[in-house]
Ligand binder design. Structure first.
Ligand SMILES: Cc1cc2nc3c(=O)[nH]c(=O)nc-3n(C[C@H](O)[C@H](O)[C@H](O)COP(=O)(O)OP(=O)(O)OC[C@H]3O[C@@H](n4cnc5c(N)ncnc54)[C@H](O)[C@@H]3O)c2cc1C
Length: 414
């Protein structure tokens, strides 16, 4: 995209970066769109981008009740990896990781993807045996996955207290896993989608779905009624509410997941560390903050705020593993509302309503899935049939019983 060349960067630097054009247009909603996507998180924006760029659909709107990227996409801890146990998940998340590896070029935006490795540590002999089986199964699926000894962990993360209360036995790592900047992913997709003609309409809350003959005819919003040929729900923790507007009941519950960051410090921690046993995961962002996450809240909620018990739990776990961080000050704590399916796997594709598509069930792990989720949902909408990689992730698995139980996949239990 010429507007963002190296030359423009230098020229704008000389004028104090005051003359950059707007990153995306701010259009008034039209009366009709071929495709209306509800939710301008990563999944909604990526779907719009791939639809416009690769599927030749041009008349698209993304409707967002707040500001784009203000949902879970801008609240997560930014970890990407593809080391899932079941082959269906492995294939899908590997596609996503590959897209992440080239994403900066694809959307001409520096998403700061840093493949520093995602390292899960084991705190008992039994856990070590399970991880060995897990790592081997993942490697057999064709995804990189290596067992590490205590000495390997010491080299990779020298400040980890290997002899903590539950001594560390070893671990396993996906070296291609890592973190990126979540805002940049949302902004990059938004900018390119807008440039391709997609109308991104913020402050536009969907409050109803009009149906006729098992089809959605229009969406009702606080900025008027908009008719649509096809509608996609990409609203994460609000999936059940939006689906209910069309009379659809989803096997999804909404729970808050919290995260927190410390004040920034110089680069000191060069991997993403996960402990299922001590129950915390931690990385250092490129801004220097130590990013800390743990288990989800244990009750359903739509409240996007942090709480003291979770703060206490996560910080105690962190300091058990990394006492070196004990004098850092905590800067922020927040929550996002996650869309949990009973088998902790996504539901992406068609619904029993002819022209209604969904992208949900991403739960606590859908950031890493944004490129593949967008790419495959766009294909599904354009061809009106599930993309090959999405076939196992359809709603009918809750009738057939072909569940993909990834309850243990997130590294910390949720
Ligand atoms: C604290 C935390 C840490 C996480 N860490 C990771 C991680 O490390 N790695 C990982 O892979 N995943 C992680 N996740 C999960 C990941 O963030 C989500 O799965 C992913 O961002 C979901 O993207 P989305 O586009 O589906 O949803 P969102 O980004 O939430 O977007 C949905 C959008 O829909 C909008 N919306 C809702 N209702 C309406 C309406 N009625 N009308 C219009 N718009 C509406 C919302 O405002 C929102 O902007 C984490 C989540 C949290 C909360």
């Amino acid at each position: 995209m010429k507007d963002y060349s190296g030359f423009k960067l230098i020229r704008n630097a000389l004028s104090g970066h005051r003359n950059w054009p707007r990153m995306w247009r701010d259009p008034e909603p039209k009366k009709h769109y071929d495709v209306v996507i509800i939710g301008a998180g990563g999944h909604g924006l990526a779907t719009a981008y791939y639809l416009a760029k690769y599927q030749g659909v041009k008349n698209i709107a993304v409707l967002e009740k707040g500001y784009l990227g203000g949902g879970n996409t801008g609240r997560n801890t930014q970890v990407s990896r593809s080391n899932y146990f079941y082959p269906e998940s492995g294939a899908f998340y590997e596609h996503s990781l590959k897209l992440f590896e080239d994403l900066a070029q694809e959307i001409n935006f520096n998403v700061m993807f840093s493949q520093r490795g995602v390292l899960a540590i084991c705190n008992s002999h039994h856990e070590m045996e399970i991880y060995r089986r897990w790592a081997n199964a993942i490697a057999m699926n064709g995804t990189d996955s290596e067992i590490l000894t205590r000495e390997d962990i010491k080299k990779r993360a020298p400040y980890v207290n290997l002899d903590c209360r539950f001594p560390i036995w070893g671990g396993f790592i996906q070296k291609r896993g890592g973190i990126s900047r979540h805002d940049a992913v949302a902004w990059g997709y938004a900018r390119q989608a807008s440039a391709a003609g997609v109308d991104i309409i913020q402050q536009c809350e969907v409050s109803g779905l009009q149906t006729s003959d098992s089809r959605i005819t229009a969406v009702e919003t606080n900025r008027g009624t908009i008719s649509a040929d096809k509608v996609a729900l990409c609203v994460a923790g609000h999936s059940s509410q939006l689906a209910a507007m069309a009379g659809l009941r989803l096997p999804i519950t909404s729970i808050a997941l919290q995260a927190m960051v410390t004040e920034p410090v110089r680069p000191i921690f060069h991997t993403c560390l996960v402990s299922a046993h001590i129950h915390v995961y931690v990385s250092q962002s490129d801004r220097g903050e130590i990013v800390i996450g743990g288990g989800a809240d244990l009750y359903n909620s739509f409240a996007q705020r942090g709480s003291l018990p979770i703060q206490h739990e996560n910080i105690s776990a962190l300091l058990e593993l990394l006492p070196i961080f004990s004098r850092l000050r905590l800067m922020r704590q927040w929550a996002g509302i996650c869309d949990m399916a009973y088998d902790v796997s996504p539901i992406v594709g068609k619904t029993e309503i002819e022209n209604l598509y969904i992208s949900t069930g991403w739960g606590t792990g859908g950031y890493k899935a944004i490129p593949a989720g967008g790419d495959t949902l766009a294909w599904t909408i354009a061809h009106d049939q599930p993309h090959e990689l999405l076939k196992p992730f359809q709603l009918d698995r809750f009738e057939s019983g072909c569940l993909i139980d990834e309850g243990a996949a997130s590294g910390v239990a949720h």
